[in-house]
Design a protein around this ligand. Structure first.
Ligand code: ADP
Ligand code: MG
Length: 507
């Protein structure tokens, strides 16, 4: 086993790593750090999210800064302000025992005059988003003419976000003889271009991108009209109790809108996107970890670098443009030997992409139908029955009262009583319309028909079975409350329910 001590890092860095509880380097750290400590190299580091890339470049960078030299020696470019802030926070911790290495993050959306003020004193390392940095260079607040280390973090994301021109511009302000370290999760064509243009015989360190197929993830897709997606999502959430999932959307706006819809329907959901303050972001993550919310709605960028485990589901509310993201997203479930489900919501005209994903990623998809309200009712009522059977009664209800009630129900048969109770339970579920959300219209030209028929898992449609949703006086309000409560109790009881055996005749 390789230790941090063997990588050539200083004692000050080693001390903080042991305080942080970093016991051993991750693979990218183990392979990148000795190279980056050793001398003049350009590097391409390829590794997926969560593999410790920040420390892989951050530790050698900090160790190689000379605090006595009063100019900017290191520049880290990050695609978003969120990522920039995260890097800055990590570097601040890593540099705890290093003498006077000043690190500053600058990004758009914050007052520029404050950043200019901070830049008046030497910042040995600057972390920046591309647009704001150019602004600051033009205002002569940042000088890169003596730069020694340029780091492009999440380079693929930076190019996806259209920062190509900004990168060219920034690079034109930097000296020829600097070292360039590029980190990315993928090696897409535009990155190869950057590498060819700006890097000098780079060392490539590539970790684990052999597309290892995770057998614990079941890949599913369903076809649904755009306008029905939110309701489709709630049906999937309803049918599985104990769901803990991340829903991926394309834009910040989409995440917010969807979170609002879900919260209005009493789901425990919240949005995570790049515009949240660190405080807001931490709060969302804390609530998610504490199971205070069980549905996190996120953009790809915001979800990078967050540490969530124990997900039962990943929902692709929209498919990502880049297939590599599909892997990142779905890789958040099916961890530590547990099974996970990754469900993609597609418009009929997008089904051709499934074939492409299957081919490129070496995985198989199953088509599933959106559960009907009848399916949900059945699944939820089963749970309710079992909860009822397990309910303890001894000493928990006044004998006299019980006798009185028994008298009132006295003439009713058991079947009649059950029917009545079931009907009122169904009303409480408040399942909404029983519309079939499955979009089975024929795919447009070019779309893939292969998966047309293969329904699995869920009975399709709601045909025939309908439960009345009688409009009893307070069935709405009451229903809603009890529905939320039902969700909670089901969440927490689910495990027990499945494993405990019970004997109907006992009751
Ligand atoms: P990436 O940039 O590759 O997505 P990060 O650098 O953000 O990943 O690291 C992900 C998480 O792993 C962070 O919380 C970080 O503190 C932690 N981490 C990094 N390296 C180690 C290590 N060697 N041991 C334990 N935890 C680590
Ligand atoms: Mg990172």
């Amino acid at each position: 086993m390789v230790t941090f001590e063997e990588l050539g890092l200083s004692d000050q860095i080693l001390k903080v790593l042991s305080e942080l509880g970093f016991e051993k380097p991750t693979e990218i750290q183990e392979r990148a750090i000795p190279e980056l400590m050793s001398g003049d190299v350009d590097m391409i580091g390829l590794a997926q999210t969560g593999t410790g890339k920040t420390a892989a470049f951050g530790l050698p960078l900090l160790d190689r800064i000379d605090p006595k030299e009063k100019f900017t020696q290191g520049l880290i470019l990050a695609p978003t302000r969120e990522l920039g802030k995260q890097i800055a926070e990590q570097l601040a911790i890593f540099s705890k025992y290093l003498e006077r290495v000043n690190v500053l993050a600058v990004y758009g959306g914050a007052p520029i005059h404050l950043q200019i003020k901070d830049l008046r004193r030497t910042q040995h390392v600057i972390i920046a988003t591309p647009g704001r940095l150019i602004d600051l260079i033009k205002r002569k607040a940042v000088h890169l003419d003596q730069l020694k280390f340029l780091i492009l973090d999440e380079a693929d994301e930076m190019l996806n976000m259209g920062f190509k021109d900004e990168l060219d511009k920034i690079l034109s302000y930097t000296p020829e003889d600097k070292q360039t370290w590029l980190f990315s999760a993928t090696m897409a064509a535009p990155i190869k271009k950057i590498v060819r243009k700006y890097m000098d015989n780079p060392v490539e360190v590539k970790v684990n991108s052999k597309n290892e197929v995770n057998v614990d993830i079941e890949h599913q897709f369903t076809t649904v009209r755009q306008r029905d997606k939110a309701e489709a999502l709630t049906r999937f959430l309803d049918i599985h109790s104990g769901t803990r999932g991340v829903v991926f959307c394309r834009t910040k706006r989409d995440t917010q809108n969807l979170a609002e819809v879900l919260v209005r329907k009493n789901y425990k959901a919240d949005a995570l996107h790049g515009d949240l303050s660190q405080f807001q972001r931490d709060r969302v993550m804390k609530r998610f970890k504490a199971n205070d919310i069980n549905v996190l709605i996120a953009t790809d960028v915001a979800a990078r670098g967050i540490d969530v485990s124990d997900l039962s589901h990943v929902f692709h509310y929209d498919l990502p443009d880049d297939n590599a993201y599909y892997t990142h997203r779905s890789g958040r479930t099916g961890r530590a030997g547990k099974k996970g489900i990754s469900i993609s919501f597609l418009n009929v005209s997008e089904t051709y992409r499934i074939k492409r994903l299957e081919r490129e990623l070496g995985i198989r998809f199953n088509k599933v139908s959106i559960p009907s309200t009848a399916d949900i009712a059945e699944s939820r009522l089963e749970g309710w029955c079992i909860d009822t059977l397990q309910q303890k009664t001894n000493g928990r209800v006044d004998e006299e009262l019980l006798e009185k009630i028994s008298l009132i129900f006295g003439n009713l048969s058991k079947e009649e009583l059950i029917a009545k109770v079931v009907v009122s339970e169904l009303e409480k579920l408040d399942l909404g319309g029983n519309r079939d959300l499955n979009d089975n219209s024929p795919p447009r030209r070019g779309a893939d028909r292969r998966h047309g028929g293969g329904r699995r898992d869920y009975r399709g449609g709601g045909g025939g079975r309908r439960f009345s949703r009688g409009g009893g006086r307070d069935s709405r309000g009451g229903g809603r409350d009890s529905r939320g409560g039902g969700r909670d109790s089901r969440d927490s009881r689910d495990g027990g329910r499945r494993s405990s055996s019970y004997n109907r005749n006992r009751y």
